[in-house]
Ligand binder design. Structure first.
Ligand code: B12
Length: 252
């Protein structure tokens, strides 16, 4: 017998039961219908429709609002679903891809000022592919005029050190999410010191990447939110040392 209707074969019944998003009356996370569509597309990993809904949202909302109240809000729910064991890798990868597609559009809409404010290097730690936070940092830094040298994800410690020596940035940014990869951030700090280089090293992420961990090594400044990156970078350009920046942003 040939199967004519596949719709019931690929249904995740656990999702229907456990996620409000797979039910008919989806939980509303935004009062704004355009932003809600963005949120839904991220949660559902709907890479076919994300560009349309982001375009519609950008027609009436500021790019930073679409980023924070749409894309990031959707990712917050994905995080919950993953943490509760409802989402597996495939759903999470699709959701992340949808978010990255939307982020690129927000960046295009924001545009970049012609006059450069300073140079920033960003990267996601060696062994780590959780780069969504880093991509948001890139967009925000570029939107205020920083030249961003994006080293990408899973960047070896030595590659980061070499890039700092080559470009002499005002600020280095790092993102990590795994307990196994966050050590790379500390290793970068140690290697830079060995080379006699000191600069503000702003870090964010998840898991063990906390205020106490990041401030346990030289140069580390903890940023709980990407929106801090342009502020820290601006202060770095104005000449504040990493110690002064740590005092200002981390209170120690
Ligand atoms: C999305 C996600 C993925 C996606 C990543 C896609 C991508 N392109 O990034 C995929 C599906 C690929 C993935 C894979 C894996 N993941 Co994962 N993943 C997540 C999840 C659900 C959300 C993380 C996220 O993207 N958040 C949204 C972004 C925007 O937040 P963010 O990066 O933290 O950034 C914010 C701030 O931290 C800050 N920030 C970040 N960087 C910076 C930098 C500066 C300078 C500043 C100022 C601020 C700042 O600003 C942002 C907000 O504005 C978390 C769950 C959780 N609780 O966090 C697990 C989680 C991080 N993953 C986890 C694991 C274990 C894995 C895998 C090993 C799973 C596996 N078995 O294969 C692999 C890892 C592979 C690898 N080598 O890296 C664990 C890590 C546990 C640990 N502590 O070690 C978590 C915590 C889930 C869990 N509870 O088990 N994952």
């Amino acid at each position: 017998m040939r199967i004519k209707d596949f719709s019931n074969i690929f249904v995740r019944y656990d999702l229907i039961n456990e996620s409000p998003y797979y039910n008919v009356g989806r939980r509303k996370m935004s009062a704004d219908p355009e932003l809600q569509k963005v949120i839904d597309c991220v949660i559902l990993g709907d890479i076919e429709n994300i560009e349309n809904v982001v375009r519609e949202a950008l027609a009436i909302r500021e790019p930073v609002e679409v980023m924070y109240k749409g894309l990031l809000e959707g990712m917050r729910e994905v995080r919950r679903l993953w943490d509760e064991g409802v989402y597996y890798l495939p759903q999470t990868i699709l959701a992340s891809d949808a978010m990255l597609m939307g982020l690129t559009m927000c960046e295009e809409k924001l545009g970049h000022p012609i006059e450069k404010r300073g140079i920033a290097i960003t990267h996601t730690a060696e062994g780590d592919i959780h780069d969504l936070g880093q991509k948001i940092v890139n967009v925000l830094l570029r939107s205020v005029g920083f030249e961003v040298i994006d080293l990408g994800k899973d960047v070896p410690v030595e590659e980061v050190v070499a890039a700092v020596k080559k470009y002499r940035p005002h600020i280095l940014c790092g993102t990590a999410h795994l307990s196994t990869t966050m050590k790379a951030l500390m290793q970068i700090s140690q290697r830079l010191r060995k080379e006699g280089i000191e600069l503000p090293f702003a870090c964010g992420g998840g898991g063990g990447v906390t205020l106490s961990y990041i401030t346990s090594f030289a140069m580390g400044i903890y940023g709980h939110d990407a929106s801090l990156a342009p502020k820290i970078a601006d202060d770095a350009v104005s000449g504040m040392s990493w110690k002064e920046l740590r005092e200002k942003y981390n209170g120690n």
